[in-house]
Design a protein around this ligand. Sequence first.
Ligand SMILES: CC(C)(COP(=O)(O)OP(=O)(O)OC[C@H]1O[C@@H](n2cnc3c(N)ncnc32)[C@H](O)[C@@H]1OP(=O)(O)O)[C@@H](O)C(=O)NCCC(=O)NCCS
Length: 296
Amino acid sequence: MDSVQVRPMQEDDLPSAERASAVTFFEAERSTRRVSDPEAEPRSAAASKQWIDRMRFYLSVDPAGCWIAVDEEAGANRAVGFAISQNRGRLWFLATYGVLPSHQGQGIGKRLLDAALAHADGRPGIFSSSVHPGATRRYRMADFSLHPQMRMVGTVDRSTLPVVDGLQEGQADDFAWMDQLDQDLRVAAHGPDHGYMLDILRLVVCRDGARPGYAYLDDRGRASLLAAAHPETAQKLLWEALASSQGPTLVNCITTPNEWAIDVGLAARLDIGQEGYIAVRGMPVPAPYLASGHFL
Ligand SMILES: CC(C)(COP(=O)(O)OP(=O)(O)OC[C@H]1O[C@@H](n2cnc3c(N)ncnc32)[C@H](O)[C@@H]1OP(=O)(O)O)[C@@H](O)C(=O)NCCC(=O)NCCS
């Protein structure tokens, strides 16, 4: 497709890229949905705004990892694909990646991923992968190992909640030791991503010098990133998340090296499900660790 150009993304591309992302993931969800899954729903206005805010943040921190495909024939600068990746120290991660259904299977995805991987410049890499067959094909062909992820779903049986001690509310003062823990667990610190997450999520920390850990929880008590020096600390943090959950909850991104999370979920009477992969290249699967889909 000669009319398609792959180039670095600019801030004024964001509205068009957001629309391409919303359509792409809505269709991907519809086509890979299992009969027991809820119907796919179009992205809400609030989620669109969050998407644009997050992409603007990536563009401000590491613009050279952010790529867009535009189709000149479809209208000047109309986005048909995007690959948003970031380097943090010695680590590369892929934050999001998609090509409009109308343009898939024509090599645009490969061109985008090649551009993002050139930015990695040989760094170890990690991201959370969908089950879309075009995506998993591209990732394995780029030498990533795909580790299946489990997830725990259901409503917590509150009679199972243990008394958890040693946890506190976290703040920006905690970032220095959290960055050190990140380096031990997943090659590099989250650095500026911690500030972004603290603005929108609740941070719970265990400041135990020998066995520290932290978790970011959303407003429904779901852990969107959890890191710990020891599985016992990780379990305490997850219990705190489950205690603050309201209604049906979800613990996502659980790989087999993280069975400590499965054990907590089962004790709380959640069910095991399976969804997607953690993709890694040049590094092991982190543990004790539950990755953030957005910041890994
Ligand atoms: C993943 C994605 C970005 C790839 O973009 P693309 O432009 O289709 O990629 P390419 O054409 O370069 O390569 C895709 C490969 O998978 C194949 N493929 C594409 N769609 C497929 C499908 N539905 N079933 C099976 N194979 C498929 C293509 O033939 C191609 O293989 P080939 O190069 O050996 O012929 C795109 O498919 C997509 O947006 N998927 C939905 C969103 C998603 O899951 N994103 C990843 C999130 S982690």
